[in-house]
Design a protein around this ligand. Structure first.
Ligand code: PEP
Length: 253
């Protein structure tokens, strides 16, 4: 059986003190109540707080992810953070190709493919985001869009490396909008993605591939979304900033 993953994407939120407080509350809850046997839980704080997070999570069941990584290995790239740097503070996962990175920072699939390679070289698990715009869905192009994102951003990997990647399906129209994909819409796309993986690699690789749902997932709708056959957990934005809601979502797997 595939393990579920619940990943909290904090985006550009919180002061150092607030991050410290939220981490402490999440860890306290995990210490007190444990985690579901079949789930891994991680938080993705802003880069400035990664070392704080990995220090606090050390020896605990909480894992830590970054929100972004440079596609370059090192050097004169002011403001960037490399995969080697993330590895040096013991980051476990890194989100790649979040729609906000694609939209506001013009990241394309070619660059994202390089980011994936960098992370794998440093033994950090990429969480590769894909998902269509509202116009794509209304034009019935959502499958084509997601298919191209995976083809260009991930399917250059050989099987051994592809096995180390997590996929997050995040319909852009559902991110931060309060408009969630229906469980049926999520299941349909997740099954489609799994079929693409089976076609590219094998059914066995596809059966093991973890595919997360993201887009206004919250304490009220998580259980139904996670109960879909091909939904292996969630990438959670807004609701991951509230410790109580995040705890409820974790226990919805
Ligand atoms: C996200 O940022 O990946 C996300 C899914 O955000 P939200 O849950 O706030 O829609």
């Amino acid at each position: 059986m595939r393990r579920k993953i619940i990943a909290g994407n904090w985006k550009m939120n919180m002061s150092f003190a607030e991050a410290d407080d939220l981490l402490a509350t999440i860890i306290q809850d995990i210490d007190a109540n444990g985690l579901p046997d079949n789930a891994d839980v991680l938080v993705c704080p802003p880069a400035l707080y990664l070392e704080l997070a990995t220090d606090m999570a050390s020896g605990k069941e909480l894992l830590v992810g970054a929100q972004n990584v440079s596609s370059q290995p090192a050097g004169a790239y002011t403001g960037e953070i490399s995969a080697a740097m993330l590895a040096s503070v013991e980051v476990d996962y890194c989100i790649v190709g979040h729609s906000e990175r694609r939209q506001y920072f013009h990241e394309n699939n070619e660059e994202l493919a390089r980011k994936v390679d960098m992370l794998l070289e440093h033994h950090i698990t990429p969480i590769f985001c894909c998902g269509e715009l509202l116009d794509d869905r209304e034009d019935d192009m959502h499958m084509e869009v997601v298919s191209a994102q995976l083809e260009e951003g991930l399917f250059h990997l050989d099987e051994e490396h592809f096995r180390q990647v997590v996929i997050a399906y995040e319909p852009v129209w559902a991110i931060g909008t309060g408009k969630t994909a229906t469980p049926e819409q999520a299941q349909e796309m997740h099954a489609f993605i799994r079929a693409l993986v089976a076609k590219k690699y094998s059914k066995e690789v596809a059966d093991q591939c973890q595919i997360l749902y993201g887009g206004s997932c919250n304490a009220g709708n998580a259980k139904e979304l996670f109960s879909q056959a091909d939904v292996d957990g969630g990438l959670i934005g807004g609701a991951s900033l509230k410790a109580g809601d995040f705890a409820t979502i974790i226990r919805s797997v």
